[in-house]
Design a protein. Structure first.
Length: 114
């Protein structure tokens, strides 16, 4: 079992920045991929960014060049640095971890005011 605790959401003006973090605990030695998805009401959850162990990051086209995913494997933590935020980035952001199955965080609200 893996537990995920997210932090860093909030309200920011368009053009601003936020940094999300997600700490994994439990059976962390089996963690392969870590990343972030987001969801707005009435829409499917969508990929934001993923990073496999030792791999290159994978970004959604809508965030490429503005968001940066990083990992601290020693701390079992994944970060999402979000710059140049837009109103359309408003969503609940979920941490995602893949070990032998998928695990999800509780979600953190990001609201970008225009």
């Amino acid at each position: 079992q893996v537990q995920l605790v997210e932090a860093g959401g909030g309200l920011v003006q368009a053009g601003g920045s936020l940094r999300l973090s997600c700490v994994a605990s439990g059976t962390t030695f089996t963690i392969n991929t870590m990343g972030w998805y987001r969801q707005v009401p009435g829409k499917q959850r969508e990929l934001v960014a993923l990073m496999a162990s030792g791999g290159l990051p994978n970004y959604a086209a809508s965030v490429k060049g503005r968001f940066t995913i990083s990992r601290d494997n020693a701390q079992n933590t994944v970060y999402l640095q979000m710059n140049s935020l837009k109103a359309e980035d408003t969503a609940v952001y979920y941490c995602y971890v893949w070990t032998l199955r998928a695990y999800w965080g509780q979600g953190t609200q990001v609201t970008v005011s225009s």
